[in-house]
Design a binder for this molecule. Structure first.
Ligand code: ADE
Length: 245
């Protein structure tokens, strides 16, 4: 997967290149990340990329010309969808991550200041994505969140092929609890079922804990999701248990 990012702060993306799962993914030939700085596409001595908003008000707006030229340069090598990160976009979830991770190439546009001149959004941007209902100082961290979410899904990037399909949200449920050694930590014991080696029983226990957590913490996820017959039965059994208490 090829990712090109348009940003005034290309150095921020070194964090992805230098650390953890994203470093592993980007060291492979199958994934590449390049940054383009709109400042390199300005025409004046001060390399100006922003100006005051028409109509007045606080802050500055990113000017269209440097962005247009910068996008033209990116387009020489990348014809993938251009995504603008902004709080006005569709909210990122695991379904959208999986959809985007399946594409061969993507371009991200990161705004700073009050944002980008609307004419760039209208004429060049394919899609607008938000990472949640809060306001960052720019799109860079949002793009980094999305890039990390996508790169970890690429084949062979996670240690176990199963880890990505088994974690929170990929099945539309929250994750079950995890334990490692020691068996007894400060008097808190690992649940006995996990020590027995009965994989059918372990699977049932994990699904139960996932359903239970999802129901208490994020009931909205259960409302949106089709439940399998087994899941429905487990939830009914959990309800009965709770009513008996
Ligand atoms: N830029 C500023 N805030 C943002 C958000 N919540 N999501 C995506 N991009 C942003």
């Amino acid at each position: 997967m090829r990712i090109d990012v348009i940003t005034l702060f290309p150095g921020m993306f070194d964090v992805l290149r230098e650390n953890g799962i994203t470093r592993i993914a980007l060291e492979r030939e199958s994934a590449g990340l390049s940054c383009y700085n709109p400042r390199d596409f300005t025409g004046d001595r001060h390399r100006t990329v922003d100006d005051r908003p028409y109509g007045g008000g606080p802050g500055m707006v990113m000017m269209p010309e440097p962005l247009d030229r910068c996008i033209d340069a990116v387009r020489q090598a990348n014809s993938g969808p251009l995504i603008y990160l902004s709080p006005q976009g569709e909210t990122l979830d695991q379904r959208l991550v999986e959809e985007l991770a399946g594409l061969p190439s993507l371009v991200f546009l990161c705004g700073r200041y009050e944002g980008v001149d609307e004419r760039i959004l209208v004429s060049r941007v394919d899609r607008e994505v938000s990472i949640g209902d809060y306001v960052l100082a720019g799109g860079e961290l949002a793009a980094m969140v999305l890039i990390e979410c996508m790169l970890r899904l690429l084949p062979g990037v996670l240690g176990s092929a199963e880890s990505a399909t088994q974690d929170s949200f990929s099945a539309g449920l929250l994750d079950h609890p995890h334990y490692t050694r020691p068996e007894d930590y400060r008097g808190m014991r690992v649940p006995g079922v996990l020590l027995g080696g009965n994989h059918a029983e372990i699977g049932r226990w994990r699904l139960n804990r996932s359903l239970e957590r999802t129901r208490t913490r994020r009931p909205d996820l259960l409302e949106r999701r089709m439940l399998s017959e087994v899941e429905q039965q487990l939830l009914t059994a959990l309800d009965t248990e709770q009513n008996d208490e």
